[in-house]
Design a protein around this ligand. Structure first.
Ligand SMILES: CC(C)(COP(=O)(O)OP(=O)(O)OC[C@H]1O[C@@H](n2cnc3c(N)ncnc32)[C@H](O)[C@@H]1OP(=O)(O)O)[C@@H](O)C(=O)NCCC(=O)NCCS
Length: 186
């Protein structure tokens, strides 16, 4: 089933999202399913580094979904029958007063699939889904030294809204935490 991004009802898990502005060849973005857990965990592991992560490398047998990580929060990118990327967007807090915001709390593209616009397609799909679900703003946190991700976010219309200097000590170096946000079109 193809979904139209704007004006459509909240999508169901596993529904495919039609992305007419996307260029990457043979790319499908859809909502995650519980059975994506293993492939997502493997992808997460392959994308892990101190450039983008603040927690140690996950265990090889660790899953992704648990009581705090629901498949409904994830969009996955599939190419050639393989899962090549994901994005996770959630309300920053459980407060009713905060439900008009979505925060991107996970984004990764398999190292072999990078540089083809998949990251941009995931961000745009996450913003479109957030808008469909009533959000007005999307925010995120990115490490100061993660230049590929910062360039991607800026290209997607995010601007810097704050900096927490030397927030993390990663691999022996203090690294800034950059807060970015994007207002969604009405
Ligand atoms: C950040 C990340 C998600 C970007 O994914 P990606 O799929 O490579 O992103 P894109 O392809 O959309 O953009 C990356 C580059 O490819 C280029 N590009 C985009 N579309 C392209 C296309 N069709 N053909 C060739 N190159 C393209 C972009 O210009 C961009 O170049 P830049 O590095 O000069 O900015 C990926 O590097 C990653 O998984 N990093 C590790 C995890 C991480 O950092 N996550 C973010 C945490 S905040």
């Amino acid at each position: 089933m193809n979904l139209t991004i704007s004006g459509s009802p909240p999508p169901l898990a596993g529904d495919r999202i039609s992305m007419p502005f996307m260029s990457p060849h043979d790319l499908t973005i859809r909502h995650a399913l519980a059975e994506d857990d293993r492939a997502l965990a493997d992808l997460n592991l392959s994308a892990w580094s101190w450039l983008s992560d603040v927690a140690p490398r996950p265990a090889a047998d660790a899953g992704v979904f648990d009581e705090r990580h629901d498949p409904d929060e994830y969009l996955v990118a599939e190419q050639g029958g393989r899962l090549v990327g994901f994005v996770r967007a959630v309300p920053p807090t459980p407060l009713a007063s905060n439900q008009h915001v979505r925060q991107i709390q996970g984004l990764a593209v398999h190292p072999a699939a990078r540089g083809n616009g998949i990251g941009e397609a995931l961000i745009e799909a996450a913003c479109a889904t957030a808008r469909t679900r009533g959000a007005r703003r999307v925010t995120l946190r990115v490490l100061g030294h993660n230049l590929p991700a910062r360039r991607l976010y800026e290209r997607c219309g995010f601007t810097v809204e704050g900096i927490c200097p030397e927030e993390f000590l990663l691999d022996g170096r203090y690294v800034d935490d950059i807060l970015m946000g994007r207002r969604l079109d009405d």
